[in-house]
Design a protein around this ligand. Sequence first.
Ligand code: 3Y8
Ligand code: NAP
Length: 249
Amino acid sequence: MQKILILGGTTEASHLARHLADCGTNAIFSYAGRTNAPRSQPLPTRVGGFGGVAGLVAYIHAEKITHIVDATHPFAAQMSQNALLAVAQTRTPLISFERAPWAAKTGDNWQHVADYPGVLKALGETAQRVFLAIGKQNIDLFATAPQHHYLLRLVDPPESIIPLPSHTVEIAAGPFDLAGDLALLKRHHIDVIVTKNAGGIGARAKLDAARDLGLRVIVMDRPPLMGRQIMQSQQDVLAWLHQDAAQSF
Ligand code: 3Y8
Ligand code: NAP
């Protein structure tokens, strides 16, 4: 009897959950519990960490999970790493459902960097108005560059002091659209955008808006994670689930 665990938190995970629910598939959706009110899912949902690799192994056994779809964000590297290590012990089939990285188009003014120090270097010394579109988990790294004004878009109101002398907070959860992000960039007189190369459709509006306004974009490349079987479309993931299920009977 197939029982699928979806490691979620992305637009693709939500779309997959909708499809599996509509098909009456036996599946569980999992959130880390990072945000106060995550989008409700049409599947039974668990919220919170598993407790590392050992916790995930125990969960797989306790819930009799037969397949795992890692549909977490490309920058959720720890979760993806833990899933790889857990299934090495449980021998549970695992697929990574990860959207393709964004690629610059004609008219884009992008600078690729590998990490946050690279972002700070690319920002330079001259004070600028920066749309720091990276969420809240790494804001404090920018306290070393207080000369800039930072626009922060957060899912929930910050619970602690933002260590940036000049900043504005906008509370919003995506997916975002072009009109909204164009208005945001104009309203805040943004000079440069900082983004992770998340890929997908939910966060790309700011890149299209940047192109329209001729703004520079600093793009953080994804953390490398070896040893995963990656699929970039829901169709391929469903085929993998159906084919593997057929084999397991
Ligand atoms: C808790 C679930 C869906 C999924 C929607 C996608 C799109 C909108 C765009 C900007 C960039 C950012 C951030 C972002 C986007 C989607 C997707 C995506 C980027 C929710 C969600 C959870 C999270 C966690 C949150 C992080 C933060 C990152 C904000 C729900 C809304 C910046 C990533 O406050 C915090 O601690 C937020 C933490 C991890 C990155 C960070 O480091 O701060 N996502 N985002 C998931 C969980 O608990 O397991 O609350 O409903 C999901 C989505 N966020 O179902 O429609 O698919 O990527 N999420 C980035 O891309 O850089 C915003 O503002 O332009
Ligand atoms: P992370 O750094 O890779 O993971 C940190 C810990 O959070 C994991 O070790 C695990 O805790 C727990 N965790 C992460 N994802 C989980 C899930 N789907 N279900 C249960 N536990 C989970 O993760 P992150 O970058 O903080 O991302 C957290 C969530 O936000 C994920 O669902 C991700 O898809 C979503 N998200 C992240 C980003 C981003 O920019 N990072 C963007 C959009 C959405 P234990 O070790 O205790 O099991």
